[in-house]
Design a protein around this ligand. Structure first.
Ligand SMILES: NC(=O)C1=CN([C@@H]2O[C@H](COP(=O)(O)OP(=O)(O)OC[C@H]3O[C@@H](n4cnc5c(N)ncnc54)[C@H](O)[C@@H]3O)[C@@H](O)[C@H]2O)C=CC1
Ligand SMILES: O=C(O)[C@@H]1CCC=N1
Length: 271
């Protein structure tokens, strides 16, 4: 099934806030017409309202190709029942909610419904996301291929072997963009503290993170080697890395704690 086939049957989004909109923006950019999408959301954004032909809180198609579930995990119990009638009817369900296990969707939609649990990230809005997916027992190869082809329209897709991996994935790539944006903020603030004007500090920090990310992706060398390539013996980088690589107070310990906190929270949300 390609984007035209999905468009012919319709795509439904349950919840269309930051993540749903990031993905919808990517699909519209790939040629999905707004008139092929149905959004269920009590608080649709001005951007959604500006999309000509988009169906907002209107009657749903009888057998949409795909339903994307993008409500907060805390709202799932209240939101999911509106989809119950579509369960087992040839529609593929893809949920991006953190924490919520596949069993929670099966309880409402029926186990004879193909369900794919996915963890995307917001760079999807720029076509540069990465999404990890895993299907329920009823999701066959064609269902996973369909989910992958839809999600590949907004970035890379990786398949997981085990649903339990989803908590760690969420902590690394789902939440990860926030860590990187915070790195940009704090790098700029540190530049300001060294005397740079705010605009200049932000321009330097933003371009440095974006450029380093592009190089890390394009280069044959590992990130560790790319780091070594920047580090002149006895130079400035080495002075900074002495702080950042400190065993107790540096990045490794800090990120280990941050990623663990996110993974623990994902496990909690699943209870
Ligand atoms: N923001 C992110 O970077 C990522 C978010 N996610 C997941 O995506 C989901 C949505 O997160 P965000 O978009 O960040 O949150 P958000 O708060 O921006 O969007 C949630 C949307 O759901 C709507 N909503 C609330 N109750 C509803 C109901 N009963 N029926 C239909 N819609 C309802 C809200 O009006 C809102 O527009 C969450 O489950 C989150 O775990 C996953 C990966 C990354
Ligand atoms: O913060 C959250 O819970 C969601 C899941 C991953 C990114 N945002």
């Amino acid at each position: 099934m390609n984007m035209d086939d999905i468009a012919a049957r319709g795509l439904v989004l349950l919840g269309c806030g930051k993540m749903g909109s990031a993905m919808l923006a990517g699909w519209l950019g790939q040629g999905l017409p707004p008139s092929a999408a149905w959004v269920i959301d009590p608080n649709p954004s001005d951007w959604l309202k500006s999309l000509d032909g988009l169906h907002i809180n209107a009657g749903l198609p009888e057998r949409p190709a795909i339903v994307l579930i993008a409500v907060k995990p805390q709202m799932m119990g209240e939101a999911l029942p509106v989809l119950a009638a579509l369960g087992g009817g040839g529609t593929l369900f893809v949920s991006v909610a953190a924490g919520t296990p596949i069993a929670a969707y099966e309880a409402v939609l029926g186990a004879a419904t193909p369900i794919v649990r996915a963890m995307p990230n917001t760079p999807a809005a720029a076509g540069r996301g990465i999404t990890a997916i895993i299907g329920n027992a009823h999701a066959g190869a064609a269902d996973l291929d369909l989910a992958e082809s839809l999600l590949a329209a907004v970035g890379q897709v990786v398949r997981l072997e085990d649903e339990a991996q989803m908590d760690a994935v969420t902590a690394v790539s789902g939440s990860g963009p926030a860590y990187v944006f915070h790195l940009i903020e704090t790098l700029a603030a540190a530049g300001e503290a060294e005397g740079l004007a705010p605009d200049l500090a932000m321009a330097l920090a933003r371009a440095t993170v974006a450029g380093a990310g592009a190089l890390a992706e394009a280069a044959d060398e590992s990130p560790a080697q790319l780091r070594i390539n920047v580090t002149s013996p006895g130079g400035t980088t080495q002075a900074a890395l002495g702080v950042l690589m400190d065993e107790d107070t540096g990045f490794p310990a800090l990120l280990r704690r941050a990623v663990k906190a996110a993974a623990d929270r994902s496990r909690e949300l699943g209870k």
